[in-house]
Design a protein around this ligand. Structure first.
Ligand code: ADP
Ligand code: MG
Length: 285
């Protein structure tokens, strides 16, 4: 039978918007040694804004319109920002393909168009990719008919609560913290440094996030929590010892897959969930 105290713990958590999908997770969360966060939408707001653009001399003159036509078919927050700020494009798209964690490809006005990160354009063997680009922005590169055209530079804002998430975990004695992201390594590393994360890894495909966790889990004594919000995070949420979904604007799949759901957009509630677990344990025993 479930000790009565656990109901108190689950109730206290739910009043803070923390939903445990069973009393066993309230117990399990007290053993967590390592907390790994997804970046976009979990630590950052996931609301991008377009900061600028750059085109090369040999660009197709219509590259922006062609790129926006593809992006208008995507649900990604980057796509939403581009469509909102650069404008809608009425061009018909065919052969659309979403490359999860990388971008999009398709045919627009009889031209083959690629929109996404450097890894996608490299994989599709686009020539003349620029060697250096501004380090503090998420870049969306565009190629038309295999020719590099230019990029849009976007920025996302840190949630005001993100710093607190890391400092509260520190107070609880959890010194292993990390950030995994599909965004550029430079951006992810700078964020990790700012927040005091012990690990920060960028440039990961969705399946690379879960295999990274799979591997990290193997260390004896380590109990791993992963915190994420997106459809892309479902595999990582499933692999972690405890999967925690940010449910505020999180995807249904992430919420379904998780063991614990935080119904607000405060990542620091992860630390609060651990604290409530620990307090409950003291009462139960
Ligand atoms: P995160 O791991 O930070 O949640 P994603 O896995 O969703 O990020 O995306 C990783 C990267 O893939 C983005 O930073 C972007 O460069 C690229 N990308 C994904 N979807 C799109 C899109 N629709 N348009 C342009 N770029 C995209
Ligand atoms: Mg995310």
């Amino acid at each position: 039978s479930i000790p009565l105290g656990y109901f108190g713990g689950i109730g206290a958590a739910s009043r803070k918007g923390i939903l445990f999908k069973g009393s066993s997770y309230l117990d399990q969360i007290t053993r967590v040694t390592t907390v790994i966060f997804d970046k976009t939408g979990t630590l950052t707001k996931g609301v991008f804004s377009v900061q600028g653009e750059e085109s090369v001399a040999t660009a197709d003159p219509d590259w922006k319109m062609l790129a926006i036509s593809l992006e208008s078919k995507s649900n990604h927050p980057i796509a939403a920002a581009l469509v909102r700020q650069v404008g809608k494009a009425p061009e018909t798209v065919s052969a659309l393909q979403e490359h999860a964690g990388q971008g999009l490809s398709g045919t627009v006005s009889h031209k083959a168009v690629l929109v996404g990160n450097r890894a996608l354009l490299e994989r599709m063997q686009v020539q003349n990719l620029p060697a250096a680009s501004p380090s503090d922005r998420t870049l969306v590169h565009v190629a038309v008919e295999g020719n590099y055209c230019g990029y849009f530079a976007l920025a996302d804002e840190l949630k005001p609560d993100a710093q607190k998430a890391f400092s509260e975990l520190q107070k609880l004695g959890i010194s292993e913290t990390g950030i995994l992201s599909g965004d550029r390594q430079e951006i992810v590393q700078a964020l990790g440094k700012e927040l005091g994360a012990s690990q920060a890894i960028g440039g990961l495909l969705p399946e690379e996030k879960s295999s990274w966790l799979e591997n990290a889990k193997k260390k004896p004594g380590r109990v791993l929590a992963f915190v994420g919000d997106g459809i892309n995070d479902a595999p990582a949420l499933a692999v972690a010892d405890i999967g925690i979904a940010m449910g505020g604007l999180g995807s249904d799949l992430a919420i379904e897959t998780a063991d614990v759901v935080i119904q607000t957009d405060h990542p620091s509630r992860v630390a609060l969930a651990i604290r409530i677990g620990k307090t409950t344990k003291k009462i139960v025993w």
